[in-house]
Design a protein around this ligand. Sequence first.
Ligand code: BMA
Length: 793
Amino acid sequence: MRQVTPLTEGWILRHPDGTGDALPASVPGCVHTDLLAAGLIPDPFLGRNETEVAWVGRREWTYETELTAGAGPHEQTDLVFDGLDTVAEILLDGRPLGRTRNMHRSYRFDVTGLSGRLTVRFASAYAEAEAVRGRLGERPGAYAEPYQYLRKMACSFGWDWGPTLVTAGIWRPVRLERWSTARIARVRPLVTVEDGVGQIELAVDVERSRVEAPLTLEASAGGVRARARIDGTAGTVRLRVPDVRLWWPRGYGEQPLYDVELTLSHGDEALDAWRRRTGFRTVELDTSADAHGTGFTLVVNGERLFARGVNWIPDDVFPSRITRERYRHRLEQAAGAGVDLVRVWGGGIYEDEDFYDACDELGLLVWQDFPFACAAYPEEQPLRGEVEAEARENVVRLMPHPSLVLWNGNNENLWGFRDWDWEQGLAGDSWGEGYYLGVLPRVVAELDPTRPYTAGSPWSGSWRHHPNDPAHGTHHSWEVWNRADYADYRRDVPRFVAEFGWQAPPAHATLRRALPGEDPAPDSPGMLHHQKAEDGNGKLERGLARHFAVPEGDFDRWHYLTQVNQARAVAAGVEHWRSHWPVCAGTVVWQLNDCWPVTSWAAIDGDGREKPLYHELRRLYADRLLTVRADGDGLVVAAVNQSAEDWRGTLRLRRMSVDGAPIAEAAPALDAGGRTVAVVEVPVELLPDGPGEFLVADADGVRAWHFPAPDREIPYPRPEFEVALAPDGITVTARTLVRDLLLQADRLDPGARADRGLVTLLPGEEVTIGVRGWKTPDPDTARSALYCVEPTR
Ligand code: BMA
């Protein structure tokens, strides 16, 4: 049987020129985390340390350990690297074993009978990228850093939410594999389901050390077994599993998973085994033309879905630090917000197995970008071959996961070519089109025809329409954050909004940790350093001024209001677009998570704390959502019902004055069939008249508010409320209208988490906010961490 020995021990790290002491190295890991552990660099996540450690990415680094492949009963010994970041030469006792230049691939070297000093010598990623750029010529991109010239996580070079920390290292596991006669080299599981029968076709490639030995494959899943012979180096086993239970996205059904086992044998001797978990479901992407343009609707097990999505970026700029538990926790947070689709964005990586395992279990659909983002990528060698090789490897690696439902060619590159002045400057140079419209769809169609592919995000399906045309395919809605008010989200009904978002600072406790010794202000040095977006603060400020009087010299209020504005902005988009299902078939919020502490579009900050947006997503992505929207001169209430059951009852509509007085009331019938949106007209006498009035709509515990004016024009009363301690939290009772009440529990205790975000209460209403992880404070202290919208002075 193939024997696996992890090679995690005894590694040291040194400069190849021999200067400096050798340090103990963690494998998997990276240079930055080793230097950090040795106390040789300050934590780049704190203050402005990022700039102080910039030199690390410009140096060469060497990892070394002792390798004893040794003599044993096995015929062959392979040294296997699951991931090397990025440009490396591998040597054994000074003899070269090979070279690598792609972080997204694994590497295998035959070291049979060898032993000695194993050295992995990393060149600076900059040196490689700049050399390739020198050879192939400059290509345009959204950032000045040269990430498009080598196959490495692009955001390692910095992004508009990320630090520039250019890593090197053995970032995924290393091991020795000893085997005889033959080993399983690749398994391509094609999992389909037809008429209730699950089919698993395992296309298997083997590597042999003995050419002539007759080999058999035996596979099992769901209590069914099958065998096949291997001729040469390839064979196929087919399993038919009757009465399979379907795998569903969360909210649509369960996630039954099936173990698939495969054994390779020579006579009675088992040589190698392969085990994965899979699930049975069908997936299609409906991009047919209709009266509105060209749709973009995911269809899983025949069910058409509105995708409640979030964009995922690497959860740490040092991805080797992300453990299985951390993946699981972050994705549980996503699921807890009602998310059912996670898009793995193209400036990051093909994630670890642990990521997709968690998605399989939690019922989160995965849309996976190939790692290309916001730049023109050359198509000449050596890149072209690397791209094809990495695509082949990762398409096959991720095939077992039922959660994976879509491959996407790139992030914003087709759009960039057309709109960001690339086309002229390129003057016919290659820029990546051959990947997105050629290599990648060919690889997916050849290796995994069970999954749909889309050439890019955004993409309208062909060059006939502008790549970001909202009427055709996927759309990224960035004009609003960059230049307009979030009310402008309501101007369009795109077919699928794959990116849109609004910035806000992270939680107070996160800022306190990340900016030691700083008294934060919107433009204090650390705050500015942890704001990477172009004119980020200007956009935050202008976005705020459209709704609120911008507080001068009051950081805490600025912090609260920018977080409120973020939640309001995303709510405006999601409510509007969801209420236009099935024309619009998905919203993917930019972005779920952060990779360090920073002001960004994220719902969960770099220390894992939920911003108010996170809690707002729970409301926005619940099966039932009410929203009020303009309709001609009047208003309608849209009742979004994404559950399978009908939503029937009455809608309670109240027109009220902000001082709390009811003005008019109505109770029209509500009838929204399963997975539909019902639209109810608001009677004329219920329409709020001027900034001193509002409309509130209630049905079955679901509520929508409609304030016709921006907050700064609303004559709010001075908010009054009482605070009492509850067993695990606090209860707040409103005496006046209290808008967007927020408990910032982390201000009282960095370990404390509130279970709710922004709550708006009518006079007399109360809310209990649960809190985990704090030593119960007295009510006055709790009150000091409560914020709400105040009248404009
Ligand atoms: C889009 C994304 C990212 C970026 C975000 C915010 O362009 O694809 O590149 O971080 O917008 O600007």
